[in-house]
Design a protein around this ligand. Structure first.
Ligand code: ZN
Length: 604
């Protein structure tokens, strides 16, 4: 194989100033003048981020002579014509500790290719080499302990070492995030594929337990789509912090951020809520290895990284994935059926609590993800519906509908396998109506009415009726407190009074983060952003506002609040908490066929 004609060298050159230096060398650059560009967004995170804004001091040279460079828009540079080879040097400011960007300090170096690597326009289909260089020992005290974790194939670099890696093309280059530092590695095999997790950040995790719990989750997802798995190695990159949460999927890896307290402790035995959420996140991103990284909307083939790319299908890629993430924990035997139903109830509760579900369909939410969901403001609960949660609800209803229509012979699993065989495995993009057509084939009946309601109307789906056919009781109840996210109630129910707002902390009092349409605060004229400082003349805070309202009961009360720096008073009549919280329970002695269906859906 010939050496790639495009070569990147990335060095964490100034950790204290959070800057990488990249040298990009192009053999035979475009004789008309080589164009170079930075992505405006990173696949999987549907928001314009303009990574070019972090590019510093870009210069070019050829054969020892400077080559002039001019910028033609916010993210494109054009070099003057030269015979080549052309070397472009630039620095990138990296101080975004998230799974989407790049971050560098004296403790680690982390980057996504889309945040650091210029694309060589006209040559993005060509293979390239990536040399990952260590920082200067004078800059980083423990550089000898630093290792490299990435799913990029090695091309000279040692295992977890600095050196040269290889990418098949630019799309491949930017789909393997890289973590460099003093890392904790754990390893296991699922369905014969080697898997690793690399953890950066202070932690005291029980890594044997993590590997033992992740192994069956990964195996379960591989077996759902069928062996062999589409990747020959898979890597979970984890950034453990005091407070943070996030994940981004890639073709052979995922980047995750979690609270270090969510990782399992060495002395722990049970799967507590934080650890369960972490395993759910791992399960979610891993499922994306098929669903969105390979089975993907036709408009993502290839990605246009210069601007927004709209698709009505995110409900399927994020919603179906959200449905399978927790279900995977159940099928891997990590949570009981009762605990799984609590997880499902929490997802369904988020749908139930969003008045915006009557304003926006799940396909409209998908299409407008860039400017609505990703730019959610204080009015989001009233205006939009999440394509994650509503999409998961649609996936659940579709799964149960197919199981009922085929007397348990088929399920959503069969739809996913068909999508894999017909689209993902052969690199064909999914059109706007392909999933509906495959689902109808699998179900063996016309599903037009189902999809018209689920995807193109704002009507609630008959989830309770469907669940009853599977021996599961759906019940709506009032929240028992501000921290009640759904599922079986953990504290006794009593009548609660509320003003219909989500409350946050503020130095002055209780800040209204969202004001729900139709609630007491909305009807009294309070607005998001208002800071409530007193109720009936008594000081209010985030911590005591709920107590003040319970003691007041149903009577109108005087609420004093600052709007900006202006003190205003409102007459608020608290309302009883609405029945917007989903609780799911196993019916104790279901009919025979319901028991059989439940067994097939949830397992023993
Ligand atoms: Zn996702």
């Amino acid at each position: 194989m010939n050496a790639p004609r495009i070569h990147y060298r990335i060095t964490p050159v100034d950790p204290k100033l959070h800057t990488f230096e990249i040298a990009l060398t192009i053999q035979q650059p475009d004789p008309a003048g080589q164009r170079l560009s930075m992505p405006a967004w990173i696949p999987g995170s549907y928001m314009i981020r303009d990574f070019a804004r972090n590019v510093l001091s870009l210069v070019a040279e050829s054969a020892g002579e400077a080559v002039s460079v001019r910028k033609t828009d916010k993210q494109t540079w054009v070099c003057a014509p030269c015979a080549g080879p052309l070397t472009v040097r630039y620095r990138v400011y990296a101080w975004d500790l998230s799974v989407r960007g790049a971050h560098l300090d004296t403790t680690h170096a982390y980057f996504n290719g889309s945040a650091v690597f210029l694309a060589v326009e006209g040559r993005t289909d060509e293979a390239c080499a990536v040399e990952i260089a260590p920082p200067d020992a004078a800059e980083v005290a423990d550089v000898a302990a630093w290792q490299v974790a990435t799913s990029l194939p090695r091309d000279g670099a040692g295992m977890h070492g600095f050196g040269t890696y290889r990418a098949a093309d630019y799309d491949d280059l930017i789909d393997h995030p890289v973590e460099i530092g003093n890392l904790t590695f754990l390893r296991w095999e699922s369905a014969g594929v080697p898997h690793e997790m690399a953890i950066y950040g202070r932690h005291d995790a029980d890594v044997e337990r993590l590997a033992a719990d992740l192994q069956p989750i990964c195996q379960r997802h591989i077996d759902l789509f069928g062996r062999p798995a589409p990747m020959d190695y898979y890597l979970f990159l984890v950034i453990a912090v005091g407070d943070g949460y996030g994940g981004l999927e890639h073709r052979a890896s995922t980047s995750l951020m979690c609270k270090r307290d969510d990782l399992p402790r060495r002395d722990g035995q049970t799967v507590d809520k934080g650890y369960r959420d972490f395993l759910g996140l791992c399960s979610h991103e891993y499922f994306h290895t098929w669903n969105v990284k390979r089975i993907k909307p036709a408009v993502f083939l290839p990605y246009d990284l210069t601007r927004e790319v709209h698709t009505p299908l995110l409900w399927a890629f994020e919603g179906i994935t959200s449905y399978y993430d927790d279900l995977g924990l159940r099928h891997a035997g990590l949570v009981s059926s009762e605990d799984y139903l609590d997880l499902l109830a929490r997802t369904l509760t988020r749908v139930q609590r969003a008045p915006g579900r009557f304003r926006q369909t799940v396909t409209e939410s998908s299409f407008d993800a860039w400017t609505r969901f990703y730019k959610a403001d204080e009015n989001a609960p009233n205006a939009i519906i999440s394509y994650y949660t509503k999409g998961a609800q649609v996936a659940l209803a579709l799964d149960l509908t197919i199981r009922l229509a085929t007397d348990g012979a088929r399920s959503l699993d069969d739809v996913m396998r068909r999508l894999w065989a017909d689209f993902g495995a052969v690199g064909r993009g999914v059109g706007d109506n392909d999933i509906q057509a495959i689902a109808a084939e699998v179900a063996g009946r016309n599903l037009d009415a189902f999809f018209a309601q689920a995807l193109h109307s704002t009507d609630d789906l008959p989830v309770g009726e469907l669940l009853a056919e599977f021996g599961v009781e759906w019940r709506l109840r009032a929240a028992t407190g501000a921290d009640d996210m759904g599922g079986r109630a953990t504290s006794p129910k009593s009548q609660r009074w509320e003003i219909g707002a989500r409350i946050g902390d503020d130095p002055l009092g209780a800040k209204l983060l969202n004001v729900f349409e139709g609630g007491a605060a909305h009807l009294a004229g309070l607005s998001a952003g208002d800071v409530v400082i007193a109720v009936n003349g008594l000081r209010a805070t985030k911590a005591n506002l709920d107590g003040l309202l319970q003691r007041n009961g149903s009577r109108p009360c005087a609420v004093a609040a600052f709007r900006r720096d202006e003190l205003m008073t409102f007459q608020v009549t608290p309302r009883t908490a609405p029945a917007d919280t989903v609780e799911l329970r196993l019916i104790e002695a279901p009919r025979d066929e319901a028991a059989r269906r439940r067994q097939a859906w949830l397992g023993a």
